[in-house]
Design a protein around this ligand. Structure first.
Ligand code: C5P
Length: 400
C-alpha cells in the first residue's frame, strides 16, 4: 500500500549482473504510481538491454553525457532537477567509489552531483567485494552525506558464492522509495477509521449487506499512516488488501462495529466514519436456516444505532468526520447530515455516477464543514484520501 503517485524517479543502472533485474524495478516503481526515467552506465549496458528499459519505462534511456541530441531533449541538469528521487540500483562497487570522490565522468555521476533530489543506493556485488573494508568505508561516507543505502540481501550469488551482496528485492526498493514521502503532518495523533460494509444476519447463512469495498477507507488509512498517525481500523466486509501498518479490528455487524468503536474512542483525536453501516437489521435473527414455504416472506427490520451520531455527541469526543453517499440534492443533503449528526465535517460522494464512489477505483468528493464546501476533483481514491487528510490536518490540527 505504499504510494509514489506523481513522483518522478530517475533509476541509475550501473555495471552489476543484477542490472538484469532493473526493468522489474521500473515496473514496481510504476506500480506505485511513479514516472520513471532510466540512466544506464557503460557497465550497466553490458547486463541489460536499453530497449527493454526504454519499452518498460516508456521513456528514452539516458546513457551519454556527450550526446548533443539527448542533451537538447532533456539535458543532464534538467534531468537532475526533474527527479524527486534518484535510485541507483544496482549500484556497482565502481559507481559507489566514484560517488565518494565526487567524480563526474559519466551521465549518472554528473546527474548525482547536480541534483538536490534524495539519493538512494542499492549495492549489488560479490559478497567478498561487499565485505571489503573500502566498500564499508565508502557506504558509510555516502550515508554521512545524506544518501540512503538500501541493504543488499543474503543468499546465493550469480558467481556461485553465498553471502551478502544480492540486489535488494525490486518491490522492497520501490517501497523504501515510497517511505521517503511520509510526513509528520499527523504525528502523535490517534486516528480511528471505520470502513467496509456491515452484514446483518437474517439466519445462520443469509444476511443483508451493501456494495462497499472498503477502498476509500483503506486509502484513508494509508494516507493517515503516511502522515505519521497511529491508525486503528475497524473493518467490516471489504474487498481490498489490509493496510498492515494499522491496528486492525474485524467486525461483522453494525452492532459489533458500534461496540468496537466505543471501546477505542476515548483515546482518539480523529474519528473517520467511512463504513457503509447498515441502517437497519432484522428484528430477529432466526436460529435455524429459514425454509421456503408457499406464503410470502417478510423480514421485520429495526434501526441500527448510528455510530457517528453517538460518537459526535460524546462529552469527550474526537474530531468526527462522516461520509455521505447521496444521489440527489447532494450539498443540501450533506449539510443536513452534518447538522443532524453533529459531526465536524462531511465528505460527500455522489453515488449516482458509476465511475466514482462505491466499489470504483476513483472518487470525487466535496469536503463540507459548517462554513465551507470545497470540491476535491476526480482522482484515484488514494490521491483523494491524501487530499482529504491534508485538509483535515490543516483545518483541525494546524495550531496544536
Ligand atoms: O445516515 P447515513 O447512513 O447516510 O450516514 C452516513 C454516515 O454515517 C457515514 O459516515 C457512516 O459511516 C455513518 N453511519 C454510522 N452508523 C450508522 C449509519 C451511518 O456511523 N448506523
Amino acid at each position: 500500500m505504499s504510494d509514489l503517485t506523481n513522483k518522478r524517479i530517475v533509476l541509475g543502472v550501473s555495471g552489476s549482473i543484477a542490472a538484469y533485474k532493473s526493468p522489474e524495478i521500473v515496473r514496481r516503481l510504476q506500480d506505485l504510481g511513479a514516472e520513471v526515467r532510466v540512466i544506464v552506465t557503460n557497465g550497466g549496458r553490458e547486463f541489460v538491454s536499453e530497449r527493454s528499459l526504454q519499452t518498460i519505462s516508456k521513456n528514452k534511456v539516458h546513457d551519454n553525457l556527450w550526446d548533443k541530441e539527448a542533451e537538447l531533449a532533456m539535458g543532464h541538469i534538467e534531468l537532475a532537477k526533474w527527479a524527486d528521487v534518484i535510485i541507483i540500483a544496482p549500484a556497482s562497487a565502481n559507481t559507489i567509489a566514484k560517488l565518494c570522490h565526487g567524480r563526474a565522468d559519466d551521465l549518472l555521476t554528473t546527474v548525482i552531483l547536480a541534483t538536490e533530489a534524495k539519493i538512494m543506493i542499492a549495492p549489488a556485488m560479490n559478497q567478498q567485494m561487499f565485505a571489503a573494508s573500502a566498500m564499508k568505508d565508502n557506504l558509510e561516507l555516502l550515508q554521512k552525506r545524506g544518501m540512503d543505502i538500501i541493504k543488499p540481501g543474503f543468499g546465493e550469488q550469480a558467481c556461485g558464492d553465498v553471502g551478502e551482496g544480492r540486489l535488494a528485492d525490486p518491490l522492497d526498493i520501490a517501497k523504501q522509495a515510497a517511505d521517503l514521502f511520509t510526513s509528520s503532518l499527523l504525528s502523535g495523533k490517534n486516528i480511528l477509521i471505520t470502513l467496509g460494509g456491515t452484514k446483518e444476519s437474517i439466519d445462520p447463512v443469509r444476511f443483508i449487506s451493501n456494495h462497499s469495498s472498503g477502498k476509500m477507507g483503506m486509502a484513508l488509512a494509508h494516507a493517515c499512516i503516511q502522515a505519521g498517525a497511529k491508525t486503528t481500523l475497524i473493518v467490516g466486509s471489504i474487498s481490498v488488501d489490509i493496510e498492515k501498518r494499522a491496528e486492525i479490528i474485524h467486525v461483522v455487524s453494525a452492532e459489533d462495529m458500534y461496540k468496537a468503536v466505543m471501546k477505542k474512542i476515548n483515546s482518539q483525536d480523529l474519528f473517520i466514519s467511512c463504513a457503509a453501516v447498515a441502517d437497519f437489521k432484522p428484528k430477529k435473527m432466526s436460529k435455524n436456516k429459514i425454509k421456503k414455504n408457499d406464503s410470502p416472506m417478510t423480514i421485520e427490520l429495526i434501526e441500527n444505532k448510528d455510530i457517528l451520531a453517538t460518537v459526535s455527541q460524546l462529552e469527550k469526543k474526537p474530531i468526527c468526520i462522516g461520509f455521505a453517499a447521496e444521489t440527489e440534492n447532494h450539498i443540501e443533503n450533506a449539510r443536513i447530515k452534518l447538522k443532524k449528526k453533529k459531526c465536524d465535517a462531511i465528505i460527500l460522494n455522489d453515488v449516482s455516477k458509476s465511475e466514482i464512489g462505491l466499489n470504483s477505483n476513483d472518487n470525487e468528493v466535496h469536503f463540507i464543514t459548517k462554513n465551507k464546501s470545497e470540491i476535491i476533483e476526480k482522482n484515484t481514491k488514494q490521491i483523494i484520501a491524501e487530499k482529504i487528510i491534508n485538509k483535515l490536518a490543516n483545518y483541525f490540527f494546524k495550531s496544536s
